[in-house]
Design a protein around this ligand. Sequence first.
Ligand code: FE
Ligand code: FE
Ligand code: FE
Length: 179
Amino acid sequence: MQPTLDELFKEELQDLYDAENQILKALPKMAKAASDEDLASAFQQHLEVTKKQVKRLDKIFQQLGIKPQGKTCEAMQGLLKEGDRIIQEIEKSPVLDAALIGAAQKVEHYEISGYGTVRTLAEVLGQQDAAELLEETLDEEKETDENLTEIAENIMGGATEEDDEDEEEEELEEEEEEA
Ligand code: FE
Ligand code: FE
Ligand code: FE
C-alpha cells in the first residue's frame, strides 16, 4: 500500500534509530583500533553524543506515540561491515587511522542525509518540536564530520592543498628575496 508522507517520516525515523543503535556498538571497536589519541578520543566522544541522539529520537517517538523499533538500516549494516573489514585487514598504524576516518565519514555522511530528510519532513508535516530536535542532531553529525577531516589532516602531516599552496608561496617569496 502507498505510504503517506506521515508514514514515510515515521519509517525514516525508525531507520535512523536502528542506524544509531548499530553505531553505538561499532564506535568502541573503532576507538580501540585507532592509534592516534585524538582519533580514539573523537570516537569516544561521538559515542557519548550518539547516546544523546538516541534519546532525542526516543523523545520524538514518544511524542508521535509510535515504537522506535520496526526497521533495519541495511545501509548502515553495509557501512559498518566495511569498517569491520578494515580493522581486520590493516595493522594498527596511521594507515589504519586514515582508513577508519574514511569509514567513519561515510557513516556521518549517511546520517547527515538521513537527518536532513527527516528534519525537512518534520517541517513539512508541521512537527516543529521534532524538527528542532532533528536539526540539533544534524548539526552534531556535521561537526563530527568536520572534526574528522581535521584529524585526518593532522595524521597525514597536515599536508592539505592549502598548506601546499602556502608553502609554495613562501618558497617563491624566499627566492625573490635572495635574487
Ligand atoms: Fe548519530
Ligand atoms: Fe537506512
Ligand atoms: Fe554520527
